[in-house]
Every structure is written in structure tokens, then in C-alpha cells.
Design a protein around this ligand. Structure first.
Ligand code: ZN
Length: 536
């Protein structure tokens, strides 16, 4: 092992600018501020926040961001090179860039002959002048400048000399980093490596080269890594790979690859373990379901379902894992399903505080899970329901509430739809009868249950449904099919849990998942840890 300092790669996050181009994403100013704060905590070198010259929302963002303290990251305003017939001082978009008040500006300019002549409709010489002038002007305003060379790889493939001249113009204007963009995302890793190597050789080691890749060939992360291996020391990407079309390079995968696999440094020491939280936070604010299979930070990235894996991992945690999940803030999970072996159950039970469980009991629980899965339940994504299933086996377990009956009514009068639910239940032994209305039957049931529980458990007010999914299992049974309902919950803070219900009646499936959700949340703190002996 050498003591040499690891090579440092600048991380330039563009979740808020390029990532904001994702179909279905529309950040409010407040969303952008919250994400920027999280990225600052994570410690990326740069946070590209938006294009102040293009819309009032981004201008408003910079107004507010200027008043905050940013600890680890530099905020970046994005804009284009000046227009062909205007001086930078007269170009409103360049002026907006200056007005954003950031220390760093990123300017995008054309670097491909085709784009200059056919799209920009300027002469090749004019375009070079526009790049150089804009950089020079911003430098004179005291800004640090990063140059994004749009369509660089496409341009370089056909006319490398001109593409290098475009970079040279930015360098001459004082840009500190020249970023090669695979704007259309069509390249493959060895092509990116080849081009980056040639550009680095052309400018020499004193000029910082960056890469900005898109995922149109499914290679954005690989292209980024290939660029780094070929000499780039600056990488641009987004959290969760959000971005136009197929997305940008996913920093949640790029960063651990750089740090854990290539032993380079990208974030401040000790910050990598915040990655998982940041990935989920950004998904939440973007209102996207997190990609559970994402490398490193997906919920399933370290989930083990096959019994043989789990029993091996009880002896050697690294037997089926490429890294320790804690390094990126993720965790190893044991998934319980009918494919599970007893070792999964024992492992899972240990997580609920049930230790020393014998094989006999493990087999009993497994039997129960298999029977339930046969009826249409799926426990893989519903750990709270598994917890309750295990706890309920204990003769000491006292449910906080028990349903006696329910009645649901849905009606439609002209355009107006309404639903009403009546429930009769016992809350800590006391009978409660509650009626509630809702915009649909699920909403009416949920409201009735909340109203019934709230006087005894005021913390119900914090519990929120974050997702409600319905799946039809045996579709060829038509309307008689089994319906599985999965509900994701959170308490407004860090805590999240999921529950499941299944049956031929969608309201009944919903009821089971709803009741589990509240029971799990409310009982977690109040129930004693179940003793193994009590279960036998
Ligand atoms: Zn882009």
C-alpha cells in the first residue's frame, strides 16, 4: 500500500439543472433549495442550480440561495455563450448569469461543426469568438468559469480539429475546466476513453478535462468511468441518474465506483455513507418511486432472498456482497418469501428481537408465510406485515385494536362521486364505532380508522401513506381475481415501512394493509420484545 494521496475527481452535480429536464419532474423553488442543501451535506464540489436567464423560477432560486451558507459545495449558475450579434455586456442571458451571484458559472457552447453551421447558423470563426468572449467577460466579472462543450464527442468524431479549437477558445478565455459532453448520449465507453485521451494529450496535464454523459446507450456510468480512466478529473451527473430522455450519468453509482473500486477521492472523508439517504431524499422531493434495483443505493442492492445465500452470509457476510453496504449508507436485507429457507426466517426474526429461535419455530413461521403467499400475499416488500405476522404468534401479543365489522358504500350522483365507510372496532379493549366519508372507498376507510384511533394514539396524525399499489394476481379470473394491495408509509421523518393485504375483495385487501400499517407504527414502541420461548 502506498501513502500517496488518492487522485481527486471533482463531482459536478447537475440534478437541479440537467436533471430538472426529466419528464415528470417539476421542482418548486423550495424543492430546489432543499435538494441543494442535501447535496452540500453530501459534499459534491459543485451544485449546478439552474439557468437564471431562462426562467424566473431559477432567478428566484439564486436570490434565496445567496442568503444561505454553503459549507462543502460551490453553487453554479448555468447559461449559454453570448449570442452571435451581441456583446456579452448587452446579452441579457449573460447578464442574468452574472446577476445570479455565484462564484462559479458554467457556460455551454457549440463544439461540433454540424451544430455550429446547421443549428446555430453562425460561422465557425464567430462561434469560437463567442466562446472566448463570454469566458473572458465572466472572468473579468470575477467568476470562475467551467465550459460545457456541447455535442463534443459527435463533433470530434467528424472534425476533431474544430472541436479542439472550441475547447481552446474557452481555455484562452480563462475557463478552468473543459467539459466534453456526450449530449446525445450515443457513445460507448472505449470511444469516450479514446477521445478523452486525445484531448488530454492535446492540452497537457495542467488543463482540467471533464466529462458529461447521458444514458442513451445504457452506458452513462461506464462512459464516465472510462473518461476518468483516460484522464478526466471532473465528472458531471445527477442523483439517481435523472435527466432528459434516458437520463444523465448516475452519481449514486459513479461516486462509489470512483471511491470504493478505483480508490480515488470524490467526497469529503466520511461522507460517502450519506449517499443512500441523499438518493432517497431526492427521489422523494422529485416525487419518483426510488429505483429499488439501483446499484449501491437501491433497496434491493443488498437484499438476499435465496436461502442458501442467507445461510452462507450468516457465516461470511461478504459471501454474496461486493462491498459492505454500510459504506454507502445502505443495509443488508434478508427477504422473506416462499422461496426462503429457514435461515432467512431466523435472520429476519433476529432483526425483530427474536433471538435463539430454533429450527422448529422457524419452520412454523415459514409454513405460515408459504400459506399466506399461496393466498396472494407477498411479503418481500412488506416487512412490517412480516414483523406483525411473527409477533402475532406470541400468546403475549395484544393487538392495539381489533376490527369487528366494516361497511362501505360508494355512490355516484351525476358527476359527483362519494364514499362512506362505517367501522366497528375495539381500541385497547374499548368499543369504537366510527363513520367517515372520503373521495373514494379507500380514503373513507383510512379516514374512519384514523378518526377511531386518534383519541387514544394522537401520533396517528404523523402517519402518512406515501404509496398505494394494487396488483391483480390471477388476471384470467377477470373481476373475480385476487387483488394484492401494497401500502408504503412514513412518519414524516426518516421512518418508512410497508404493508400488504390480499384477497378477492379489494376493500378487504386494503383493510388488511391499512390495519397492519397503523398497528405496526403504533405498536413498535409499545410492545415488549417477543420472547422466543413464548412463541414455541
Ligand atoms: Zn446534458
Amino acid at each position: 500500500m502506498s501513502d500517496a494521496k488518492p487522485r481527486f475527481i471533482e463531482i459536478f452535480d447537475t440534478t437541479l439543472r440537467d436533471g430538472g429536464q426529466t419528464e415528470g419532474i417539476s421542482y418548486s423553488v423550495d424543492d430546489k433549495l432543499r435538494i441543494a442543501r442535501k447535496l452540500d451535506e453530501l459534499g459534491v464540489a459543485f451544485i449546478e442550480c439552474g439557468w437564471p436567464g431562462s426562467n424566473p423560477k431559477d432567478a428566484a432560486f439564486f436570490e434565496l440561495a445567496r442568503k444561505e451558507t454553503w459549507v462543502n459545495s460551490k453553487l453554479v449558475a448555468f447559461g449559454a455563450t453570448r449570442r452571435a450579434k451581441l456583446k456579452s455586456e448587452d446579452d441579457p442571458s449573460v447578464q442574468a448569469l452574472v446577476g445570479a451571484g455565484t462564484e462559479v458559472c458554467c457556460i455551454v457552447g457549440k463544439s461540433s461543426v454540424f451544430q455550429v453551421t446547421e443549428v446555430l447558423r453562425a460561422t465557425l470563426a464567430e462561434n469560437l469568438q463567442m466562446i472566448e468572449d463570454t469566458a473572458t467577460y465572466l472572468r473579468l466579472q470575477g467568476k470562475r468559469v467551467i465550459f460545457d462543450a456541447e455535442h463534443f464527442f459527435d463533433g470530434f468524431d467528424k472534425n476533431p480539429d474544430y472541436s479542439l479549437q472550441a475547447l481552446g477558445a474557452a481555455h484562452k478565455g480563462g475557463a478552468e475546466t473543459l467539459v466534453l459532453c456526450d449530449t446525445n448520449g450515443g457513445h460507448l465507453p472505449w470511444e469516450v476513453a479514446d477521445t478523452v485521451r486525445k484531448v488530454c494529450a492535446h492540452f497537457g496535464p495542467s488543463v482540467r478535462i471533464g466529462v458529461h454523459t447521458h444514458d442513451d446507450t445504457g452506458c452513462a456510468v461506464a462512459n464516465t468511468i472510462a473518461g476518468v480512466m483516460a484522464g478526466a478529473n471532473h465528472v458531471q451527473g445527477t442523483i439517481n441518474g435523472y435527466g432528459e430522455r434516458c437520463g444523465n450519468a448516475n452519481l449514486c453509482v459513479v461516486i462509489p465506483n470512483l471511491q470504493l473500486k478505483l480508490k480515488m477521492s470524490a467526497l469529503p472523508a466520511g461522507h460517502l455513507e450519506r449517499l443512500n439517504e441523499v438518493a432517497h431524499f431526492v427521489a422523494e422531493v422529485a416525487n419518483f418511486a426510488p429505483n429499488e434495483q439501483m446499484a449501491y443505493v437501491g433497496k434491493s442492492a443488498f437484499a438476499h432472498k435465496a436461502g442458501i445465500h442467507v445461510s452462507a452470509m450468516q457465516r461470511h457476510p461478504d459471501a454474496y456482497q461486493h462491498i459492505d453496504p454500510k459504506l454507502v449508507g445502505n443495509e443488508m436485507r434478508v427477504v422473506v418469501s416462499e422461496l426462503s429457507g429457514r435461515s432467512n426466517i431466523v435472520e429476519k426474526a433476529a432483526q425483530f428481537g427474536l433471538t435463539g429461535m430454533d429450527d422448529k419455530l422457524g419452520a412454523k413461521i415459514l409454513e405460515l408465510i408459504k400459506a399466506k403467499e399461496h393466498d396472494g400475499f407477498s411479503f418481500e416488500a412488506a416487512e412490517a406485515s412480516v414483523t406483525l405476522l411473527v409477533r402475532r404468534l406470541s400468546p403475549d401479543y395484544k393487538p392495539l385494536f381489533m376490527l369487528h365489522d366494516y361497511r362501505g358504500m360508494v355512490s355516484r350522483h351525476g358527476d359527483r362521486q362519494s364514499a362512506e365507510a362505517t367501522i366497528k372496532l375495539e381500541v385497547l379493549g374499548h368499543p369504537v364505532h366510527m363513520v367517515a366519508e372520503g373521495n373514494g372507498p379507500v380514503n373513507a376507510f383510512d379516514t374512519a380508522l384514523r378518526k377511531a384511533l386518534q383519541p387514544t394514539f394522537p401520533q396517528v396524525a404523523q402517519i402518512q401513506l406515501s404509496d398505494y399499489k394494487v396488483r391483480i394476481l390471477n388476471g384470467n379470473s377477470g373481476t373475480g381475481a385476487i387483488t394484492r394491495v401494497l401500502i408504503d408509509w412514513h412518519d414524516g421523518n426518516e421512518r418508512r415501512w410497508s404493508t400488504v393485504g390480499a384477497g378477492t375483495n379489494i376493500l378487504d385487501s386494503t383493510w388488511l394493509a391499512l390495519a397492519d400499517g397503523y398497528e405496526f407504527a403504533l405498536s413498535a414502541a409499545t410492545q415488549p420484545v417477543v420472547k422466543t420461548e413464548a412463541l414455541a
